[in-house]
Design a protein around this ligand. Structure first.
Ligand code: HEC
Ligand code: HEC
Length: 234
């Protein structure tokens, strides 16, 4: 009897818990963030809550938006992921700014995002970055290309919400507004620059002008338009 018990105990000890239900899967074991080199895991752990991808929709632009990937330069991706965007919710991920990702992981994210760039791209493509144009002309562009969804004043229509809400405009940079003017939010139903008026893509000038019009709706804490930049003192 004692021998049987001892045998059973030793078998149990030798076998460990491997046969038991609930055995942890080695793939789901907790790892130091710096150990992960898998794009999908890095994206899910660090980006997906704010930037959708595939079937997932999130608050900010999806990182597989085809028009976005057609215009965004690789250096911009590397720089934004490393350093974030000041005064917005976009955090920097490099150790230099207190983030948790290594330079190699930031490369993996950048390459993984760019791997989804479509082979066929709209042509001609507006440049990713440019100075804002003329807000008065931008109002006309808005009326023709955006008001059908966002309402005549931009304050929301039947198909889409406000794009001039000061709380919204406070959350995003001028470049992000330009980015959305170019790439849209197809995941939410906002078409890109080619598809707002079918068959008539926005020209580079129209992209810059409507971006300027969006920016001109920013308000300070007293609800007043931001003062235009002061000319330099003589
Ligand atoms: C076919 C309808 C439609 C048209 C046309 C349209 N939008 Fe949108 N837009 C949407 C929808 C839907 C959203 C998602 C949010 C919402 O429902 O308000 C959106 C969101 C946005 C956002 C916020 C995106 C973000 O990630 O913060 C901006 C900025 C915007 N649109 C600008 C524009 C501009 C500028 C134009 C014209 C050049 C335009 N939209 C034309 C439907 C449209
Ligand atoms: C807490 C939310 C949050 C997280 C997490 C986050 N982002 Fe962002 N991201 C934002 C916001 C908000 C913006 C818009 C910033 C602006 O206004 O310019 C942004 C902007 C960006 C842009 C620039 C878009 C443009 O205008 O060209 C890129 C690229 C980007 N994020 C990539 C990433 C990647 C990759 C990750 C994961 C490593 C990530 N973000 C994690 C919120 C987030």
């Amino acid at each position: 009897m004692i021998r049987t018990i001892l045998l059973l105990v030793s078998l149990f000890a030798l076998g460990g818990c491997d046969w038991m239900p609930g055995k942890p899967n080695p793939d789901s074991k907790w790892r130091e963030a710096s150990e992960t080199s898998d794009f999908a895991i890095l994206y899910r752990q660090n980006c997906l809550g704010c930037h959708g991808i595939g079937q997932v929709v999130s608050g900010s632009i999806a990182m597989d938006n085809p028009t976005y990937l057609s215009v965004v330069p690789r250096e911009v991706l590397l720089n934004v992921i490393s350093n974030g965007v000041p005064s917005t919710a976009m955090p920097g991920f490099s150790a230099a700014v207190g983030g948790t990702l290594t330079g190699e992981q930031i490369e993996i994210l950048t390459n993984g995002i760019l791997a989804k760039k479509p082979a066929a791209q709209p042509s001609p493509l507006p440049p990713y970055a440019a100075d804002p144009g003329d807000p008065a002309r931008g109002a006309t562009v808005f009326a023709a290309s955006c008001a059908s969804c966002h309402g005549n004043t931009g304050d929301g229509g039947e198909k889409a919400g406000s794009v001039i809400n000061p709380a919204y405009l406070d959350l995003v940079s001028n470049q992000y507004l330009r980015t959305v003017v170019i790439a849209g939010r197809p995941d939410l139903g906002c078409p890109d620059f080619t598809a707002r008026t079918p068959g008539k893509p926005l020209s580079n000038e129209e992209v810059a002008d409507v971006t300027a019009w969006l920016i001109s709706n920013r308000r300070n804490e007293f609800g007043k338009p931001h003062a235009p930049a002061q000319p330099p003192l003589p």
